[in-house]
Design a protein around this ligand. Sequence first.
Ligand code: CO8
Length: 260
Amino acid sequence: TSQKIKVDFDQSSGVAVMHMQSPPVNSLSLEFLTDVCIALEKLEMDKSCRGLVITSSQPKVFSAGLDILDMYGKSPEHCAEFWKAVQEMWLKFYGSNMITIAAVNGSSPAGGCLLSMTCDYRIMADNPRYSIGLNETKLGIVAPFWFKDTMVNTVGHRTTEMALQLGLLYSPAEALKIGLVDQLVHEDQVLTTATETMTKWLAIPDHARQLTKSMMRKPTIDKLAANREADVNNFVKFITKDSIQKSLGMYLEMLKRRKA
Ligand code: CO8
């Protein structure tokens, strides 16, 4: 695998830990998404690997979501390639046969939140400085239907409707309350708690658990799988609009200003 992803696989437990280490904020660029997918595919094919914990090596951030620079000032062809990679990541994680646990050890906006929601269980650091949610509308963009469906499947329809319209980013305590994350622990304990939780999930026979997971998720997955091309076309048409490009440009400016 690439240097931006470190995978530690423990043969004896059958559990792999995927560390995202793409500085500064693990933004999901085309290159990074491709690497993540290759790493996941390898683990998926290894029958001895039953569980996967995904976490961040970056301080304070799990993932900043999709790399805005892959959507800003890029050709329609590039945007299409990028979006296919985003779809691929979601399809692979949401449909994984492995037990997947997100060790959310930092902020996790937008695509970062999506990635964590594809997992079977989420443990977040209880640091009130961190936030998680689908904040797309705040960037002037719209979370596509499969982002929405994933959130509905996680926290229900009404909560998703408000969260998406307002582009809400939740504190860990709020995220726990609405069920966007399953458990909060101290920052130092996120990864060890994930490993402990994994033990509980590993005790369930794989075939029964996998069929159950598939039963819950298949309708959502099938919806995108049957409409990938149309979804790419929608994205490209939307994201390359002048007005949308302008919104993204302003958002990037805001990120820089906030820093100064
Ligand atoms: N993409 C590209 N660059 C980013 C991103 C990003 N998502 N996030 C941060 N960066 C950059 C910053 O601009 C900054 O760059 P530079 O050093 O050149 O100034 C650098 O990364 C470090 O960022 P910060 O200084 O802000 O780091 P902090 O540790 O202070 O904060 C955060 C970390 C909280 C993650 C903060 O960076 C943040 O809020 N980032 C923006 C997150 C965000 O809103 N992401 C949304 C992306 S859109 C998405 O994922 C789904 C899109 C669905 C598309 C649907 C269209 C139809």
